[in-house]
Design a binder for this molecule. Structure first.
Ligand code: BES
Ligand code: MN
Ligand code: ZN
Length: 475
């Protein structure tokens, strides 16, 4: 699918299809279209669509009418309209289309171009079934023309780069856990490094042993898949301190000896979606050739029960020197992230943001709409909230008061790895905060947003839009 900016009026477009947006309470400027709307009793409700054939005055073969609901049109509703437009294009086998430029509340034309390209490209993403070849000869949307009156630079390629980053994250997330192992993620990182000329380092278990990463290794040791610590650096802003993103890469979370129940356990293949999202973001930023320094760090392991796996009650010493009593081997995410956070200090970061499918509790608190964010720096939390709003990949802040941190007390080590039933998302973040004292840090819990279950089971590509937008907002 390719995107173009066109300066030719929508009715002059002589391709497959022209889009006509209609808001509630406003009749269409084009009399003939309005007659059709009256004839079909079309209500311009949000997501309502009407595909017309040849319309007088339009050069295209067909005209697709898309309802936008109430005026003014919000960013959210514009995206909903794009999604319904995209599904009609698919069933009506449209190959190329022109989309008018419309007024969206609080948005400029750059936003419109980036968002239109990102959403349409992401909607066209096809889930790859393992070993099944894609059907050839399928009619798909090949060209999208977005109308613009201005001669400014096109922002479309940024939207495409974000959608490509999301596709990478979705592909990795959806892969079965026997294929998407820590070694597979390391290979993927190396191939990204080759494509974009990034610096890549992969630490093996022996390297991590000499660095004292016993907390990370305590998770990895119960699996026959070797754990890795991957770092990828993109430098395009001289000596500026880098933004560092850390992504949880548990390629399968069985819970370990604190074994999870069987129901829905397959979805724990998605426990590497933090890792997938930071790799996707790296790909988007590098594809845009943005003037920033960005490093991504991915601790990746498989969490399995085995005779040599960690046991509840085990005590380990992390790379920071702090000791941890492992009361529950299913709280493994924080055990690998804490060593990764200590490792991040070597990059002398401007900010560190970790992204993790860390707690089931965040799904109870926020559902599937917002990711949870917690931070030791309110300015950083505010920046993430604002980038979330403009990319429509939103976060909701939870508190990090020291009263919650008290729940991590242990009689046998500096801290326990769980806090109990209450405020599970916050105590997980409190645990991480103990390893992030030396820099400005935020933690994003994406357990509710990184994938969907049920009949729509699949990775969403979130929070690639949020992270990419946050980095773009720093330039
Ligand atoms: N990967 C899970 C979190 C998770 C659970 C994500 C369900 C999505 C759906 C994490 O490693 C985990 O198991 N967390 C435990 C923590 C608990 C033992 C303190 C949880 O949330 O139950
Ligand atoms: Mn777990
Ligand atoms: Zn997990």
């Amino acid at each position: 699918m390719e995107f173009f900016v066109t300066h030719q009026a929508v009715d002059h477009y002589s391709g497959d299809c022209s889009v006509a947006f209609v808001l509630k309470g406003k009749s269409n400027e084009n009399r003939i279209i309005q007659n059709y709307l009256d004839l079909h009793r079309f209500e311009p409700k949000l997501e309502n669509t009407l595909m017309l054939g040849k319309v007088e005055g339009y050069k295209s073969k067909r005209v697709l009418v898309v309802g936008l609901g109430e005026s003014p049109l919000s960013q959210k509703n514009y995206i909903k309209a794009l999604k319904s437009l995209s599904s009609v294009m698919r069933v009506s086998k449209v190959k190329n289309v022109v989309i008018p430029c419309i007024d969206v509340e609080d948005a400029d034309e750059a936003w419109l171009q980036i968002t239109t390209a990102r959403v349409l490209k992401n909607e066209s993403y096809k889930v790859q079934k393992v070993g099944v070849k894609e059907e050839i000869g399928d009619i798909v949307l090949e060209a999208v023309n977005i109308y613009s009156q201005n001669n400014g630079v096109s922002e479309i390629q940024k939207g495409v780069a974000i959608a490509n980053g999301m596709a990478l994250a979705r592909e990795l997330g959806d892969l079965p856990p026997n294929i998407c192992t820590p070694s597979h993620i390391a290979e993927k990182a190396k191939s990204l490094a080759d494509t974009y000329n990034l610096e890549c380092e992969v630490l093996e278990e022996l390297d991590m042993e000499s660095l004292g990463m016993n907390s990370l290794l305590s998770v990895s040791k119960g699996s026959s898949e070797p754990g890795k610590l991957i770092s990828l650096s993109y430098s395009n802003a001289g000596n500026e301190a880098p933004i560092v993103l850390v992504g949880k890469g548990v390629t399968f979370d069985s819970g370990g000896i604190s074994l999870k129940p069987g129901q829905g356990m397959d979805e724990m293949k998605y426990d590497m979606c933090g890792a997938a999202s930071v790799l996707g973001t790296m790909s988007a930023i590098a594809e845009m050739n943005l003037k920033v320094n960005l490093t991504v760090v991915v601790p990746t392991v498989e969490n399995m029960p085995a005779h040599n796996a960690s046991k509840p009650g085990d005590v380990v010493k992390s790379m920071s020197g702090q000791t941890i009593e492992i009361l529950n081997t299913d709280a493994e995410g924080r055990l690998i992230l804490c060593d990764a956070l200590t490792y991040c200090e070597k990059f002398k970061p401007k900010t560190v943001i970790d992204i993790a499918t860390l707690t089931g509790a965040v799904i109870i608190a926020l559902g599937k709409h917002h990711s949870g964010v917690m931070s030791n720096d309110q300015k950083l939390a505010d920046a993430l909230k604002s980038s979330g709003l403009s990319s429509l990949d939103t976060v909701w802040q939870l508190p990090l008061d020291e009263e919650y941190d008290d729940l991590l007390k242990s009689n046998f080590a500096d801290m326990a790895n769980i806090g109990g039933r209450e405020a599970g998302t916050v105590t997980a973040a409190c645990f991480l905060a103990r390893y992030a004292k030396n820099y400005s840090w935020a933690h994003i819990d994406i357990a509710g947003t990184a994938w969907l279950g049920g009949s729509k089971k699949g990775a969403t590509g979130r929070p690639v839009p949020l992270l990419t937008q946050y980095i773009m907002d720093q330039v």
